[in-house]
Design a protein around this ligand. Sequence first.
Ligand code: HEC
Ligand code: HEC
Ligand code: HEC
Ligand code: HEC
Length: 450
Amino acid sequence: MGKKPLAALVLATAILATPATAFALPSMSSSLFGPSTGCGCHATLVEQWRPSMHAQALTDPIYLVKLKAANEATDGALDEFCNACHSPIAVMAGELDGLDQSGVSAVGFEGITCDFCHQVSGTTEPLGNTSAEVTGDGIKLAQLKDPQAPHPAAYSAFHETAEFCGTCHNVDHPGNGMHLEATYTEWKNSPYAAEGIVCQDCHMTPGPGVTKPNPGKAAGPGPEREHIYMMTFAGGNVGLGYADLAEERLQAAATLDLEVPEFVAGGEVPVTITITNVGAGHYLPTGLTEVRQMWLEVVATDEGGRELLRTRRDFVSVLKDAEGEFPVELWDAVDFESDDRIPPKQSTSNEYAFPMADGPVTVTATLFYRSCSEEMAAEAGVDIPTTTMVSARSVVYTSAEAAADAESAELAAAAEEPPGGMNPLIWVAIVIAGAVVIGAGWGFLRRPEA
Ligand code: HEC
Ligand code: HEC
Ligand code: HEC
Ligand code: HEC
């Protein structure tokens, strides 16, 4: 007992004393859930789901790094809480023993798998912390009103709601109830909720925005349908999830407006950068935001490459503990020290200034995203690249004449380039040949009439 910090014991006691805010899943055998390998008729959907983070939720190396840290800091008090969301079947079946995954069944290792989601019938209150109600009766539930399946299947209005996702995408501290992750609540308070645009419309359709209808077949032998959803669940993770789909979503999430004066003779140059969350149905970034990183980098350089300005602003949330210390880990958190993220359809304005140079200055503003720090990725042994979400550049000249000179120099340089494209005579030949062919074709078509 000597090596356990006092804080861990206090937390463990607090967690045990307040079971109401911890997860609420029933006990159930994993044999009630079929593995994805049994979903062959839905081969396309299985292929979509397999690379998703849902499929990797229990094996995700970044998750395992954090789980181990939580386990050590709280003497295992959080193991079941964490695992309940990352592998609900294994937890319901009691197959996990803390960090020991040796007893986990094949379907348990599938994390958030087909047959878990499709046997969820509703939620208990309050929503979040794995509040799903699970049937375990084998009847597959989804939005199809006329399921034509060889297995029992039924219509579920719940699958069409954001609350379905909210059962896991709202995470409250099991001890003190603090809202650690609030993607569902952020969406609920946004204009998207008012418009009836739900999570599924952006995360279960082909494009980064709302791309409905998406016609297709729900199952190989089934009928052609006007709209079906995809089991891709792509978000912002370009390292573990779908790289292309995640990058596309990150690049559609924000716009960046860079404002600088065209000419500044001397003194300070003001820079205003406005970033707008145009594409995410929740805060940008959302989810595990003390781990996610999103930052604006602004650099101004003169002709000689000398940097007149280099600055970084982070759009993240910082957690603090009961003593007001920050940043702290999520299990020690009681509140946010700060939260600089961008709400849906809202903007932030950022003002900077730098001293003007004797010649033109190039200003570049870039918004970057990472799912976690390089240190954390290295610890987990995974490669998480940095994504450029959006970037803009502008040149500030010392005077209108200097700008005009630069422009004519550019034009001259362009004119000196070897002439591109084909010789004009070839075009003339193509047009004549085309006319002959059309004329001949016309004559051919008219012949039967004559
Ligand atoms: C995270 C939960 C989740 C997982 C995992 C999941 N689904 Fe779904 N699935 C849904 C939801 C939600 C809908 C309905 C979306 C709506 O109506 O808004 C759906 C719809 C469907 C449909 C109806 C047809 C369609 O595509 O719209 C089928 C069939 C289906 N899923 C099969 C699967 C299979 C097979 C897997 C595993 C490879 C899978 N699902 C994984 C949540 C999930
Ligand atoms: C049983 C709990 C659960 C349910 C239900 C659930 N999710 Fe998830 N979701 C998770 C977990 C856990 C992860 C992270 C997995 C990991 O650590 O790799 C995740 C990851 C994601 C990601 C990827 C995040 C990223 O960083 O790229 C998206 C997008 C997502 N979920 C969307 C949805 C949507 C949309 C729904 C509803 C149709 C839904 N989820 C339902 C638990 C759930
Ligand atoms: C209008 C489209 C839209 C809606 C609605 C929407 N999202 Fe997203 N979501 C995005 C985009 C774009 C991104 C990528 C930018 C980012 O990471 O925030 C994203 C990212 C995510 C991520 C990864 C966040 C990260 O950085 O780790 C998760 C998880 C997620 N969404 C879950 C949800 C859930 C759950 C809902 C419903 C409560 C939802 N989304 C509603 C567009 C949407
Ligand atoms: C109520 C459900 C829930 C619980 C409980 C939960 N998580 Fe998660 N976790 C999620 C969701 C949803 C995501 C995806 C959010 C996002 O993409 O930002 C996630 C993502 C993560 C990630 C990021 C994975 C990656 O590859 O980027 C880590 C790490 C993580 N969780 C660790 C933990 C730990 C440790 C615990 C226990 C202290 C825990 N989680 C408890 C739902 C949960």
